[in-house]
Design a protein around this ligand. Sequence first.
Ligand code: AMP
Ligand code: GLY
Length: 421
Amino acid sequence: MKLLVVGGGGREHAIIRKLRENPEVTEIVCLPGNAGIAQDATCVPIKATDIDGIVQYVRENPVDFAVVAPDDPLALGCVDRLHALGVKCFGPEAKAARIEASKVFAKNLMKKYGIPTASYEVFDEAGAALDYVKRCPLPTVVKADGLALGKGVTICFTREEAEAAVRAAMLDGAFGASGSRIVVEEYLEGPEVSVLAFTDGHVVKPMVSSMDHKRVGDGDVGPNTGGMGTVAPNPCYTPDVAERCMKEIFLPTVAAMNAEGCPFKGCLYFGLMVTKDGPKVIEYNCRFGDPETQVVLPLLKSDLLTVMLAVENETLADTPVAFSDGAACCVMLASGGYPGKYEKGKVIDLGRAGAMAQIYHSGTGRDANGSLVTAGGRVLGVCCTAEDLKTAVERAYAAAGEIKWDGMILRRDIGKRALEF
Ligand code: AMP
Ligand code: GLY
C-alpha cells in the first residue's frame, strides 16, 4: 500500500514510524516532511496548507490512503477534497474540524448538549467585551475564536490584563481575523490531562492519557509554547475520571457532532481539566496532539494503519485498540530564544542518542554540506518507553544529554509533576 501523510513535524514523524510497522506498507510520501522524516518516507516539498498543490500531487501520484495530521489543512478542507477524488483518508472533514477551528462553535456545542466546560460569553464587538471584563469574575480567560498557533489564549488575573487581552485580539489584530470574535470564559483549576481518542462517529476508543508541559521554563514558568515535553500515562487520569469522561464528555461529544450533521471521524483530542466538580473540557483539537503523539503512539500495541482504516470505514467497533502497560517520556529540544525569535541553521550533533531513544524530528533540515541543521523552534523530540515512568524519564534525559547544538534549550523537569502526583 502507498500512503500519504500531510504535515512535517514530530507528530507526523511518530505517525510515519508507526505506520511503517505494517508489512503491507510499501511506500509513504510525506508533504512536506523534514530532514528526519526523509529517513523514513519520501518527502515532497508541498506545504501542508497548499490544498490545491496536495490535490494535484495526488491526482498525478495516486495513493491508497491519506493521513492529514495538522489542524490547518483539516480546517481548509483537505480531507473533503481528497474524498472528492475518491481517496480514503484519516482525518475529519472541514465541517467537523470546526470543533477546533472555532472556539465559539465548540463552546456552543458543549452548552447545547450539556457537556461540562467553563462558563463563557461570546463577543463580536470590542465595546461589549471591554464592558464585560470590567465586571466579570477574576481570574478570567480571553480566547480568540479561530486558529492562532496555540497563542490565542490569555489567562488574566487583573482587569487591566483582561482589557489588554481584549484590545490585543479585537482592536490590534494580534491574531488576525482569528481574534475578531472572542470567548471570555471562567477560569478553571485542577490538573490538566490530554486524551486523544479514535472515533469513527459511532464508537470512541480513547488512547492512553498524557500530560503536556506547555510553558517554556522549568516549574511551568515563562511563555506558552507548542509543548516542551510529554509523558504518558497521566497519573491524574484515574479509572474513575476515565469512566466519567467517557460518559459525560467523549460519547456526548460524538453524539452531538452527529446531531449537528457533522460527524467526526479521526483523532479527537480532548484537553481536559480535572476540577473539584469533575472533568471539564478546556479545548477540543480535531487531530493528534504534538508532542502527545510522540508518547502515545509508541505505547500502541495494535497496528496503527488497521485502526486508521477502521475509522475511515466506520468499523472501529470491531477493531481492537490496545496499549501497553508501560510509560513513555518525550523531551523536546528547542532553539535558543523559542518561543520568541530564534536562529536556524545550527549544525546538530546527535552523539549516540539515536541508539538510546526514538528521535522524532520537529524542525530539521540539511545545509549545503548535507549536515543535519535546526530549521524551527522545536527541533527534536527525544522519546523513550519503559515499564515505568521514572525509567522512561531517565532514559529520555540520558539520550537528550548526547545531543548538542549552539543555543539548544530544553526543560529539565519533564515528568516531575507526574512522578510526584
Ligand atoms: P488552549 O490553547 O485552549 O489549549 O489553552 C492553552 C492553555 O491555557 C491550556 O492548556 C490551559 O492551561 C490554559 N487554559 C485554557 N482555558 C482555561 C480555563 N478556562 N481555565 C484555566 N486555564 C485555561
Ligand atoms: N500539544 C498541544 C497540541 O497539540 O495542541
